[in-house]
Write a protein that binds this ligand. Structure first.
Ligand SMILES: C[S@@+](CC[C@H](N)C(=O)[O-])C[C@H]1O[C@@H](n2cnc3c(N)ncnc32)[C@H](O)[C@@H]1O
Length: 246
């Protein structure tokens, strides 16, 4: 039997949002390879799981994944490709030693996550590699729960986009969809608030920082741009009310 890489969504930060399946799988893995966003930093995904799983008996590696813009269908820069390859090579060597390996990743691996880039790189090196994905609770689901704002109801259309898109793409998305979830909003909040104001949607937006964590901040009045936002910040722009169908 081949050893397997388990790519596991950790949820957005509150360790109680790890799924039971994630916990059971993490517990049975002998090695953990966790992504970190800066060379000298710590892996957030690792810090989330460490609150629920004892990692001291496991082999733990924190590998640097540069946070650069990636466009679908276009090769990323050399630094990013190198990082993916380094991680994939490390994982393959652990699998070859017969170890079950976990790769924890923030939120859900299906949404703007390194998990699938890693998967693609692994397949390019070894097409028969065994990989399983485990859904996690996404940041937008947690932001919705913390604010009691539904994401989409009835016949509404949802867009989930990085807030770093160009002004024109953001304008178009704000025009065309009923609910717009803006991820990675922390560095571009000023610009996003201007675009929301221009579209008359400022009062339909809510800013959620570190959803579900003890430092959580929820701002519903965006007439003043929130200062010093953390990387874990998301905006939900919902044009309609709460769905009063009765
Ligand atoms: C690389 S994306 C990862 C998304 C993740 N895979 C998911 O399923 O939500 C990082 C972005 O997720 C959002 N995010 C992650 N954790 C969050 C949290 N606890 N509260 C608010 N937003 C969060 C922020 O927009 C952040 O910039």
């Amino acid at each position: 039997m081949h050893s397997t890489l388990h790519i596991i969504g950790t949820g957005p930060g509150d360790p109680e949002l790890l799924t039971i399946k994630a916990l059971n799988t993490l517990n049975k893995c002998q090695a953990i390879v966790a992504p970190k966003g800066s060379p000298d930093g710590q892996s957030t995904a690792l810090s989330i799981i460490s609150q629920m799983v004892s990692v001291t008996e496991k082999e733990v590696y924190q590998l640097y994944f540069p946070m650069k813009k990636i466009k679908a269908g276009i090769e990323p820069c050399c630094e990013v490709r190198e990082a993916w390859r380094t991680a994939a090579t490390k994982i393959l060597s652990l699998l070859d030693q017969g170890k079950e390996v976990a790769f924890p990743t923030l939120g859900d691996p299906a949404i703007y996550s390194t998990g699938y880039y890693l998967y693609e790189t692994l397949l390019s090196l070894r097409p028969e590699v065994a990989v399983r994905f485990y859904s996690g609770i996404s940041a937008m689901s947690s932001c919705s729960a913390e604010t009691a704002i539904p994401i989409c109801l009835g016949n509404e259309m949802l867009a989930v986009v990085p807030a770093t898109f160009s002004d024109e793409r953001i304008r178009q998305t704000l025009r065309d969809f009923d609910t717009i979830v803006l991820m990675k909003v922390h560095r571009v909040l000023d610009r996003i608030c201007l675009l929301l104001d221009e579209a008359n949607l400022l009062d339909k937006a809510v800013f959620v920082e570190r959803a579900g964590m003890k430092e959580e901040r929820i701002i519903r009045d965006l007439s003043e741009v929130p200062q010093n936002p953390h990387y874990f910040s998301t905006m939900i722009v919902r044009k309609n009310g709460m769905g009063n169908f009765c």
